[in-house]
Design a protein around this ligand. Structure first.
Ligand code: ATR
Length: 276
């Protein structure tokens, strides 16, 4: 049996084990996927331990997506360009980092935006910002720690602007898409900023999928905007990781269904990969 998993902190909320174990079973693959709680200070021990135990691949989530880079044996271009890893594959005994967040996010969109604001400057924000750049869209970034947003844009050689959270709240109406990538709202009743000034034609997307309807999305809806929850990106990034580990394509529909059932809700917006 092959072993896979996800490392993160917090991690108990993760529905990756449910989604991947169901896909393994459905495709008749002898494998098991486990969620590992790994504190920041234990990351390097954890990576060494996973390798020593022969773990064949794993996902990486908050807060390790950028700090794991120097601990890996190599990076695929998808990870080196954005400087963040969400998927690790064991190739000939070496751990190689990939990023499926950006492509997973793009696959979840119905249409591409013109003016984007990304809230957050962590690993997920990096993956998404790169995916937009590949479509020639230079997203603006706002973050609690503005220096991290500046570094993100410099690293990516993006023409997007950094915007203070307080300024972003006032200028929200100029964006037709606002993407919430921070861990605020993950199992808590909070939003990183007020959406009072959001444009009614805009779409607000939260990449947090638990809860499915976050405070950020509730507020966006209340101010008349369209909303998209984090389920689409979660499923697509997971399916892309699954393909890298097994060489097989899982059923997107089944993955979505299994997670949606567990969350006991309806998606804000259905996902259609073919339109983008
Ligand atoms: P990862 O790299 O795995 O995505 P991360 O680097 O910890 O994780 O990024 C988490 C993001 O959530 C960051 O943008 C972080 O803001 P800071 O750069 O200021 O730390 C943001 N974040 C986390 N907790 C937050 C909070 N309570 N309020 C606002 N932003 C928060």
């Amino acid at each position: 049996m092959k072993l896979y998993g996800v490392i993160g902190c917090p991690i108990t909320h993760s529905l990756s084990p449910l989604m991947h174990n169901d896909a393994f079973k459905n495709l008749g693959i002898d494998a098991y996927y486990h969620a590992f709680h790994v504190e920041k200070e234990n990351l390097s021990d954890a990576v060494r331990g996973l390798k020593a135990l022969g773990v064949a691949g794993f996902n990486v989530t908050i807060p390790h997506k950028t700090t794991i880079l120097p601990l890996l044996d190599g990076l695929d271009v998808s990870a080196s360009v954005c400087g963040a890893v969400n998927t690790v594959v064991c190739e000939n005994g070496k751990y190689i980092g990939y990023n499926t967040d950006g492509l997973g996010f793009i696959h979840s969109l119905h249409q591409l935006p013109k003016q984007v604001l990304i809230i957050g400057a962590g690993g997920a924000a990096r993956g998404i910002a790169v995916a937009f750049l590949e479509k020639n869209i230079h997203a603006d970034i706002t973050n609690r720690t503005i220096e991290k947003a500046e570094k993100l844009l410099t690293d990516l050689q993006s023409n997007g602007k950094t915007v203070l959270l307080s300024t972003a709240m006032k200028q929200l109406a100029k964006y037709d898409m606002i993407v919430q990538t921070t861990s605020v709202g993950l199992n808590e009743d909070k939003s990183p900023l007020s959406l009072e000034n959001i444009h009614k034609e805009a779409i607000a997307i939260d990449i947090v999928y638990k809860p499915l309807i976050t405070t950020f999305l509730k507020e966006a809806k209340q101010y008349g905007a369209t909303t998209q929850d984090g389920l689409g990106m979660f499923v697509f990034q997971g399916a892309l990781a699954f393909e890298k580990w097994t060489g097989l394509t899982p059923s997107i529909e089944r993955m979505r269904e299994v997670v949606l059932q567990k969350l006991g809700g309806k998606e804000c917006l259905t996902v259609n990969k073919n339109e983008v």
